[in-house]
Design a protein around this ligand. Sequence first.
Ligand SMILES: Nc1ncnc2c1ncn2[C@@H]1O[C@H](COP(=O)(O)OP(=O)(O)OP(=O)(O)O)[C@@H](O)[C@H]1O
Length: 352
Amino acid sequence: MSEIRVERLTKRFNETAALDAVSLEFAAGSFTALLGPSGCGKTTMLRLIAGFEAPSEGRVLFGDELMADPQQQVPPEARGVGVVFQSYALWPHMDVAENVAYPLRARHVKRGEIAGRVGAVLDIVGLNGFESRRIEELSGGQRQRVALARCLVADAKIILFDEPLANLDMHLRSSMVDAFRDIHRRTGATIVYVTHDQAEALALADRVAIMSEGKVLQAAAPQEVYRAPANATVAGFVGRGSIVAGLAIDHAEGSATVDIAGHRLMVRSAGTSAGPVKILLRPEALRISPEGMPATVLDSIYRGPVHEVRLALPMLPGQDPGQELLIDSTEAIAVGQRVHLTVSDAWIIPGA
Ligand SMILES: Nc1ncnc2c1ncn2[C@@H]1O[C@H](COP(=O)(O)OP(=O)(O)OP(=O)(O)O)[C@@H](O)[C@H]1O
């Protein structure tokens, strides 16, 4: 059953549609990341689900229950949703345990029960022993964990996260990514997680919804979004890679033969007719070898374990000039060198 359903959900601020007729379901227990550039409508979607905004058009349902349409809205506190923002909004004058206990106190839960539940969630977020620490004595990552614990203690079936790791350094972010995976496993909550960090989205979510200009361009498993982007915008937004022009010569179920710069190869395809196509080539699917697609090295940048090498494809009559590819190479390669590439995987971008 789907826990959250948004139907043709639209939110307009003055003339601009921050969210534009989006329909999306969130299955019970799923972990969906909303991913997209700044201003694409991610936070607006979250705020509509939480009840902090009212829809201009469309509806929000939890199960079969209507939460909001333009005429009526269930108030946020009656939706039973946990929300964690990037600003932790903790009470500075209370210690860790008091902050975490706050939602239970507000609901008049018994003292004895509160202590047990607070201990249990502090355990989940790895803050056992910090009960009587003051908030100002905590690091950014520890504060974020307190905010997380305070959200978890309420036992919400739906938890919304708005860029919860945005203020943390890289090292802390990766340890918090582990904490989030653990929390999802333990609570089984339906999670919607807003981020503009694709690595975070791919690592955490079982489904990624890529948004742009108030619309959802693709909502699919992380592997699918990466391997088979629905259009050029998604392809450009998720992962590294190059989009080159080619000519489809022949196609079968799920694959096609294409010509790229005079070189023929088999690529994956969602079904296309013969003619010009755009093809996505990921760096890890390209390898320098004695024969294959010819290319010339334009430049090479050391990126840590590998050199990222930019190559130019030969220009052929009737094809796009200046087509470029990216590959990762364990060795530095001299600029100007001519090489050949084997292609182990490629994808025809639908409708491009
Ligand atoms: N209260 C508001 N009043 C007017 N415009 C708003 C309001 N809230 C959001 N917007 C506009 O709606 C659009 C979507 O905003 P939203 O905050 O949902 O984007 P986002 O994808 O979360 O961006 P970011 O990653 O920068 O947080 C933006 O163009 C924004 O300027």
